[in-house]
Write a protein that binds this ligand. Structure first.
Ligand code: SF4
Length: 464
C-alpha cells in the first residue's frame, strides 16, 4: 500500500458509478453462496431468487452488489467471525466478490478453489522477508507512471486500479482496489508521447486492475489513444472479467473492441470450476469478434496444484477457443505466501501434460523473475546428452532417441559394445533409439494389418 502511492496514474473516472449498496450484496450474494454453481445463466431466479434475470445479467448491477465487507459475508460464512484478524486483512487488501462469482463456490471454506481465491484469509498477513509488494520491480521500469517498459518492443500500461473481484493471490495486491480509479487524460497524453518517442515499442498490453471494469467509452479513449501511435502494431488487454464478471462482455463492448484490431485478449482462468456456461458464452463472443484469446493461469496451492486439475482446465479452455498461454509460478508478492507452491510442482505438471494433451492445450510454465528479470521458461529436462555429432533427447514416454547434427556421421572408429546400447551409444551415433518396455504406441503399430501399411508415398496414403 505504501507503494500504491508511487503509482500515480491519475483519477479520471470513479468507476462503477455507485458505491456498493451495503446490504443488498449481503441479501443477494448469499443465495449465490448457498446455491450450487452459477450457471444461473438461465436464472430460474423468479423461483429461487428475488432478482430477475435482467438484473443478474447487468454487469453494473453485479459491480454495485459486490460483497465488500465482512458484515456482508458473515451471515453466510459465520466461521469467519471467529477471527479477529480478518478485518485487518480486508483493511490492507480490499475484498470484492461479484454475486456471479460467488455462485461458483461449492463449499464455503478454504478447501473450495473459488472460495480460496476470493475470500480473505488471515494468512495474507504472514510476511516472510522473501516477499515484497512489488517483486517484479515494475515501479523501477516506469518511464511514465503506470507505463512499464521492460522488454524492448513491449510496454504494459496500467489503466485502472479497479477490478470487479479482488483475487486474493493478485500479483498487484499493492495497488488493486486500494483506490478504484482510472487513468486521467493528462496521464494518457504522457503515455502517448512516450510511445511516440519510442517507436521500438510495437506491442502494448492494457492492464490494471482490470481494464474491462472501465466503461466502454473510457476504454475506447485509451484504445484509440494507443492505436493513434503509428508504431504500435498489437494491442493486448489483460482481464479477468470473462471469469468473474462474464456479463460484462456485451455486444456493444465487442463491437467497440473490433475497431482496434489487431487486438488480443489474455484472460485468467485458474480452475475448471470457473468454466461456467456464462464464461463460455463470454469467450465465444470475444472469439466471434475476431479476438484471439489466451489464458494466463497462476499455479496456486490448494487451488490448482494438481496435474489432473490443470489438465481439465486446459482441455476446457481449448474447447472455448482460449489457448492456454502461460502457467505462472506464483510471484513473491507480500500476502500470497499461502498460495505458493514449489517450482518442482510446476515441473511435475508440465511433465504430466506433455504427450497426454494436445500441444495447443499446453501452456508455457514460467517464473517471472524477481528484480524485473522477466519471464523465464522452466521445462522438464528433455535433452539428456550430446556429442559433437548427435543430441540425445527424451520424449514423454521415456523413449531415448538421437538427433544427428547436420553433416554428422557416426565415428567409424567407435564400435558399439556387445551389450545393449545406452545413452553414450546414442550420443556417438552407434544406436538411434532406446524404446521403453511395454510401450502402447509400439504395440499399436504391431497390430496394424499388413494391407493397411502404406509404402510411405502419397498415393498409397489416399488411394486404394
Ligand atoms: S483481476 Fe487481476 S489485477 Fe484484479 S485482483 Fe484479480 S489478478 Fe489482480
Amino acid at each position: 500500500m505504501q507503494q500504491c502511492e508511487r503509482v500515480e496514474i491519475g483519477v479520471a473516472e470513479e468507476q462503477a458509478s455507485e458505491p456498493p449498496s451495503p446490504l443488498r450484496a449481503a441479501e443477494d450474494a448469499p443465495s449465490a453462496l448457498s446455491t450450487r454453481r452459477g450457471d444461473k445463466t438461465a436464472l430460474p431466479e423468479e423461483k429461487q431468487h428475488p432478482l430477475n434475470a435482467a438484473q443478474w445479467s447487468d454487469w453494473r448491477w453485479q459491480i454495485r452488489n459486490r460483497i465488500r465487507t465482512l458484515e456482508q459475508l458473515l451471515p453466510y460464512v459465520p466461521s469467519l467471525g471467529a477471527s479477529s484478524e480478518l478485518p485487518k486483512v480486508i483493511a490492507r487488501y480490499p475484498m470484492a466478490i461479484t454475486p456471479y462469482y460467488a455462485t461458483l463456490i461449492e463449499r464455503a471454506d478454504m478447501s473450495d478453489p473459488v472460495f480460496r481465491m476470493s475470500v480473505p484469509n488471515v494468512q495474507e498477513l504472514y510476511d516472510p522477508p522473501s516477499l515484497s509488494d512489488d517483486p517484479l520491480e515494475e515501479h523501477e521500469d516506469m518511464p511514465v507512471p503506470g507505463l512499464v517498459h521492460r522488454y524492448r518492443d513491449r510496454a504494459l500500461l496500467i489503466v485502472t486500479t479497479m477490478c470487479s473481484m479482488y483475487c486474493r493471490h493478485c500479483t498487484r495486491k499493492r495497488i488493486a482496489g486500494t483506490r478504484e480509479s482510472s487513468i486521467s487524460p493528462h496521464r494518457l497524453r504522457q503515455v502517448v508521447e512516450y510511445l511516440t518517442a519510442h517507436p521500438e515499442i510495437s506491442d502494448v498490453i492494457i492492464s490494471g486492475g482490470d481494464p474491462l471494469t472501465m466503461s466502454d467509452a473510457h476504454l475506447e479513449t485509451v484504445l484509440s489513444a494507443v492505436r493513434s501511435v503509428p508504431s504500435v502494431q498489437i494491442i493486448r488487454i489483460g482481464t479477468r472479467v470473462p471469469v468473474v464478471l462474464p456479463m460484462r462482455i456485451t455486444a456493444d463492448l465487442t463491437a467497440m473492441l473490433k475497431k482496434y484490431h489487431p487486438l488480443w485478449i489474455n484472460t485468467h482462468f485458474n480452475h475448471p470450476n470457473e468454466l461456467s456456461t456464462q464464461a463460455k458464452a463470454a469467450c465465444a463472443a470475444l472469439a466471434d469478434a475476431g479476438i484471439p484469446l489466451g489464458n494466463q493461469t497462476v499455479l496456486l496451492r490448494g487451488v490448482n496444484d494438481s496435474p489432473q486439475i490443470i489438465e481439465r482446465l486446459c482441455r476446457g479452455l481449448i474447447q472455448m477457443r482460449v489457448r492456454p498461454y502461460y502457467l505462472y509460478q506464483c510471484d513473491l508478492v507480500r500476502g500470497v505466501e499461502h498460495f505458493r507452491t514449489s517450482i518442482r510442482k510446476g515441473l511435475e505438471i508440465m511433465e504430466y501434460l506433455r504427450g497426454r494433451v494436445s500441444g495447443i492445450a499446453i501452456p508455457l510454465f514460467v517464473v517471472d523473475a524477481p528484480h524485473g528479470g522477466g519471464k523465464i521458461p522452466v521445462l522438464p529436462t528433455y535433452v539428456v546428452s550430446s556429442s559433437c555429432t548427435h543430441t540425445v533427447l527424451r520424449n514423454y514416454e521415456g523413449l531415448l532417441v538421437n538427433y544427428p547434427e547436420p553433416g554428422a556421421e557416426a565415428d567409424p572408429s567407435m564400435t558399439a559394445p556387445a551389450n545393449e546400447p545406452g545413452v553414450w551409444e546414442l550420443a556417438v551415433g552407434q544406436a538411434s533409439v532406446i524404446l521403453p518396455a511395454r510401450n502402447t504406441r509400439i504395440k499399436r503399430r504391431e497390430k496394424i494389418a499388413p494391407q493397411n501399411r502404406t509404402k510411405g508415398d502419397a498415393q498409397s496414403l489416399l488411394d486404394r
